[in-house]
Design a protein around this ligand. Structure first.
Ligand SMILES: Cc1cc2nc3c(=O)[nH]c(=O)nc-3n(C[C@H](O)[C@H](O)[C@H](O)COP(=O)(O)OP(=O)(O)OC[C@H]3O[C@@H](n4cnc5c(N)ncnc54)[C@H](O)[C@@H]3O)c2cc1C
Ligand code: SF4
Length: 565
């Protein structure tokens, strides 16, 4: 059957649905000073910095009212929806907490030794000299879920209100000025009907709104459309699947691998690699991150990670151990050319992953998100002091910062890998050494959903679950602590009768087994098939939005309850 691109079957969703004026009567609106959507590194760093700055601004604090700063977070607790490597550059932690010693940060250890291996199906060859983008000396291994809880505690101590289990589902805009957000309804049934515990959402109006929603931000992408803020190229994403293992022997270094089991050919475009990080004496994490521009509809990052663990080199690290945590999340990978052309509009700024602030060549985003949150706080305080909601100074701050400098230097790094590993790797090395000057120019990239999909053979090699080393998707979802109600409305928007290639793409790609083709249709040879959706399995990784559908927001508190991812 001819290849077909998922973008030809757009989801039943219009971003205008989630933008509009406040609808609650003025007396019923919740008023806050600054509303921050997202309790990740960007949002929480912004909240803490705001409170630090407000200490010296009693007049402004008074003007901001009883709730000067509120963080709206959809996870059950802060950190519940956070997942990362995480090998963190310390610059933002140092800046935000100048009086804290790293021994007081929620980190496992400083990186003193690291290595990169190229894998074939049996061998692991160390890459020497190590490509510079993999050097991690002086960074710290952390869990971003733990970091989120730590930052939330610090924020609350400083007087920030954290509204967990609350999804911001609508951006409130009047006269093209952002006025806040509306929180989602709770207690609706499968068909949207009001259940006995129904509670309507509320308008949360604010003098300033910070969108720090992370990868594939729901309101952010609607705002990019509405305010015409999209960058030069479409955003692209990689999907990361991660496990935490208790192990018998401590790991003495940070490891990255390239090569097997990914097929880096120009045909299959499985660009990515693995990370294996020590987490103290008795734990390690292992994750596989792969670009969503893959073209084989049977490719699954979840199952390729299971395959990777059967490699003798990796198996030895995990030997005698036990898997204790699992999760999945996307990471924006488009880099400089995909960043929004503006980061501020009247009343609102965008900070962190949702603004594409990730250096994918180094797999780094945490410190950029935190720096961006701090710049946002500085800009907002300066503007509000002058009774202004013009936050354009934030664009300038990001432009002149380490964020844009680093991301500009690696601006063409990802696109060459669509030419295959060897040519792509050679070009990427030249770019690293010359800080992006060679070959220069602008390597264009397409949206992941524009890639034409074929049903090929990636899945032939995936191992069966043995429940010791390898696991199936449903067991993985269970370990994520996912607690989405079975009778909640379906928050995943896709077309449900599509070409087999598109349906198979979604079935294989989703790490949480949300999509299924009914058995009789799977066995048949019809060109088009149905797709059944079990939305309660969804861990909100975001991949479906990258590959032709749309993840909307379920009820606050639904989704995973990550502890140490
Ligand atoms: C597999 C993987 C490995 C990575 N490894 C590293 C690494 O080693 N080092 C590194 O520096 N970076 C790494 N990153 C990137 C890093 O994790 C991100 O750049 C960073 O977490 C971005 O922070 P953020 O605050 O912008 O977004 P997030 O961390 O995604 O936080 C966003 C928060 O907003 C909440 N939210 C979103 N929308 C709404 C809404 N509408 N209403 C309410 N709440 C909402 C979410 O629940 C979430 O808690 C990795 C990422 C992945 C996926
Ligand atoms: S349905 Fe949920 S878990 Fe599955 S790919 Fe989409 S966002 Fe990820």
């Amino acid at each position: 059957m001819p290849p077909v691109a998922p973008e030809e079957f757009p989801p039943p969703f219009d971003s205008a649905e989630v933008i509009g004026p406040p609808t609650d009567a003025p007396d019923d609106r919740i008023e806050v000073g600054v509303a921050i959507v997202g309790g990740g590194p960007a949002g929480l760093a912004c909240a803490i910095k705001l409170m630090q700055l407000l200490e010296d601004e009693p007049e402004l604090t008074e003007k901001l009212g009883e709730v000067p700063v509120a963080v709206i977070e959809k996870g059950k607790t802060p950190g519940a929806h956070l997942l990362s490597g995480a090998n963190m550059r310390p610059s933002a932690m140092r800046e935000l907490f100048p009086d804290l010693d790293p021994s007081d940060w929620p980190v496992y250890q400083e990186v003193t030794k690291d290595a990169v291996y190229f894998l074939t199906s049996k061998l692991a060859a160390p890459l020497k000299p190590m490509p510079p983008n993999f050097r991690n000396h002086g960074n710290y291994v952390t869990s971003v879920a733990k970091l989120g809880r730590f930052l939330a505690e610090k924020a609350e101590e400083a007087g920030v209100y954290i509204l967990s289990e609350t999804a911001a589902t609508k951006l409130l805009v009047e006269d093209r000025i952002v006025r806040g957000v509306r929180s989602g309804d709770r207690g609706r049934g499968r068909d949207g009907e009001e259940l006995s515990n129904f509670e309507p959402g509320s308008d949360v109006v604010a003098k300033a709104t910070v969108l720090a929603e992370g990868t594939l931000g729901h309101l952010t992408y609607a705002a990019l459309d509405y305010f015409d803020m999209h960058g030069a190229d479409p955003q692209t994403w990689e999907l990361g699947v991660k496990e935490v293992w208790e192990v018998e022997k401590p790991l003495d270094r940070v490891i990255h691998t390239l090569g097997w089991p990914l097929r880096w050919s120009a045909k299959h475009k499985e660009a990515g690699g693995s990370f294996i990080y020590p987490m103290g004496e008795d734990k390690v994490c292992i994750g596989l991150v792969v670009g969503l521009e893959t073209s084989d509809a049977t490719f699954s990052t979840h199952d390729a990670l299971q395959q990777l663990k059967t490699h003798p080199f990796v198996r030895k690290i995990l030997e005698g151990g036990k898997r204790v945590a699992w999760g999945a999340k996307t990471i924006p990978s488009g880099g400089y050319w995909s960043m929004p052309k503006r980061l501020a509009v009247p009343g609102m700024v965008i900070a962190g992953d949702n603004a594409g602030m990730v250096n994918i060549a180094e797999l780094k985003g945490i410190h950029y998100a935190m720096h961006a949150g701090m710049y946002a706080a500085e800009t907002i305080v300066d503007a509000l002091k002058a009774d202004s909601v013009n936050f354009e100074a934030y664009d300038e701050k990001v432009h002149n910062s380490v964020i844009e400098k680093d991301i500009y230097e690696s601006r063409n790094m990802r696109q060459p890998f669509s030419k295959g590993f060897f040519l792509g790797g050679a070009l990427a090395s030249a770019m690293t050494v010359t800080k992006g000057a060679f070959p220069g120019g602008h390597f264009k990239q397409e949206h992941d959903s524009e890639v034409a999909m074929t049903i090929d053979r990636a899945s032939d090699k995936y191992p069966k679950a043995d429940n010791e080393l390898t696991f199936n998707k449903l067991d993985s979802v269970f370990l994520s602590g996912n607690a989405t109600r079975d009778d909640a409305p379906n928050h995943v928007r896709i077309q449900t009768h599509v070409p087999r290639e598109v349906a198979q793409t979604w079935v294989s790609m989703c790490p949480a087994q949300v999509y299924e083709i009914p058995d009789d249709q799977l066995a048949g040879d019809a060109a088009e098939v149905d797709v059944h959706v079990t939305a309660s399995n969804c861990v909100q990784c975001g991949a479906i939005t990258a590959k032709g559908g749309r993840l909307t927001l379920p009820e606050g508190g639904d989704g995973p309850l990550y502890q140490e991812t």
